[in-house]
Design a protein around this ligand. Structure first.
Ligand code: HEM
Length: 402
């Protein structure tokens, strides 16, 4: 991954690495040296290995893993104390709080709201005729639904979204402009969370704020778990819906799977494997010398699991670049084990609803630029497309040419 980051193709880069070895030391963009795991079997073993810690403070020298400096994309590891930088009992305490709030039963209640929001956005797209799947559909959908599930009030939502997107899309999180936005962002979160217990509702943020009042969650955890849920929710969900739509534009025959809920849901799962919206896991830190994939990862190393590499490993997924909804092998797009994504159920349900509504409403949807002109965000944790311009009706239907 060198040259223009907007042209990076993470899955191709990790496939090249995997062909050399399933686990190897690599210099990543930004010059950070990390061990990258690209083989499916090795990735499963690494995701389940408790000696690969999420909390860098457990290293004898916490700076050792990053060679004394922070990696520029170290967003999810760095912001306060939350699920993705805690292990053991602290991590279990936070997960136990979240589990009932994002369960299957809790998630299914949101389906009517998901469908209504899809319809509203598609109506607006129909009026405009030319649209961008990212800005006009996938992103506002992911933002509105995630905000509703969490319980973010509508007033601060637009600014909160703007700041969140600026921070997660920043190439250099330490740049003065980005620091300023982070200060405003966390100030806004503090205000939202302070208000929640005053008007208690049956939503995720109210329950977290009440748990804080009872002393079960620290002030720092409250703030950074809330930020992690929103930023960690909207970014991959937007990427999944957008990239899946591009895949279905490329292969129209796959859209037949959208006719029934059960097959649509299997299609979403297979697209999750193929797209892997988070190409890599968050950082792990080796607490010991760890033998893996025929090599030895030394104690203190930074380890990254290339989810997109593992999800296209032909050893587990024959013809890995082909979409086949009948595969029944588990993919790693949501991780594995204790840190398995708690937002997997709402994300899967929303993506299925979104793709079904999009292609049912606009059977003639097509790109207005060649696919080779699409550009990525250019940050590894935010690997989705910048924009996907489409036309909602065929040129014949409107009597004009594209
Ligand atoms: C397509 C959408 C999504 C994808 C692909 C995805 C992917 C992932 C992955 C791979 C992990 C594990 C990272 C690791 O172990 O290194 C994770 C964790 C997490 N995800 Fe998601 N996610 C998605 C949607 C969501 C949503 C909608 C939410 C919130 C509502 C969410 C909240 C979280 C949180 C809080 C964690 C940390 C869990 C822990 O450490 O215990 N995610 N996600």
């Amino acid at each position: 991954m060198t040259g223009d980051p907007a042209l990076w193709d993470a899955s191709a880069a990790f496939a090249t690495l995997r062909e050399r070895a399933p686990v190897q030391q690599t210099v990543l963009p930004g010059e950070l040296v990390a061990w990258v795991v690209t083989g499916a079997a090795e990735a499963r073993a690494a995701l389940a290995d408790p000696r690969l810690a999420y909390d860098m403070r457990r290293l004898p020298d916490p700076c050792q893993g990053f060679g004394g400096r922070r990696y520029p994309d170290d967003l999810f590891s760095a912001e306060g104390r939350h699920l993705l930088n805690s292990d053991g009992t602290d991590h279990r305490r936070l997960r136990t709080l979240l589990a009932p709030l994002l369960s299957g039963a809790a998630t299914r209640q949101w389906r009517p709201y998901m469908d209504t929001t899809c319809s509203e956005l598609l109506d607006a797209m129909a009026q405009a005729e030319h649209a961008d799947i990212v800005a006009d559909y996938a992103r506002p959908l992911a933002v509105r639904v995630t905000a509703a599930i969490l319980g973010i009030p509508p007033g601060p939502l637009p600014r909160l979204t703007e700041l969140t997107l600026a921070v997660i899309g920043a190439r250099d999180p330490e740049a003065p402009g980005v620091r300023k936005r982070k200060t405003e962002l966390f100030g806004l979160w503090a205000r939202i969370l302070r208000e929640k217990p005053r008007d208690p509702k049956d939503d995720v943020l109210t329950q977290l704020a009440l748990a804080h009042k009872k002393g079960h969650v620290t002030a720092e955890e409250l703030l950074s778990v809330a930020w992690g849920l929103f930023s960690g929710g909207i970014s991959p969900t937007t990427t999944l819906i957008t990239s899946a739509a591009v895949e279905l534009l490329r292969h129209p025959h796959l859209r037949r799977h959208l006719r029934q809920e059960a097959t649509a849901s299997r299609l979403t799962d297979e697209l999750l494997r193929l797209i892997s919206p988070f190409p890599v896991s968050v950082w792990r830190f080796a607490l010991d010398d760890i033998p893996l994939g025929g090599t030895l990862i030394p104690e203190g190393s930074v380890v990254l699991i290339a989810l997109t590499g593992a999800n296209r490993d032909p050893a587990l997924f024959p013809q890995p670049d082909t979409v086949n909804p009948d595969r029944n092998k588990g993919h790693l797009a949501f991780g594995l084990g204790a840190h398995y994504c708690p937002g997997a159920l709402p994300a899967r349900l929303l993506a299925t609803a979104a793709l079904t509504a999009l292609f049912t409403t606009f059977p003639d949807l097509h790109l207005t630029v060649p696919e080779s002109a699409l550009r990525r965000q250019g940050v590894l944790i935010e690997h989705g497309y910048q924009c996907v311009p489409v036309r909602t009706r065929s040129a014949q239907a409107t009597g004009t040419s594209t």
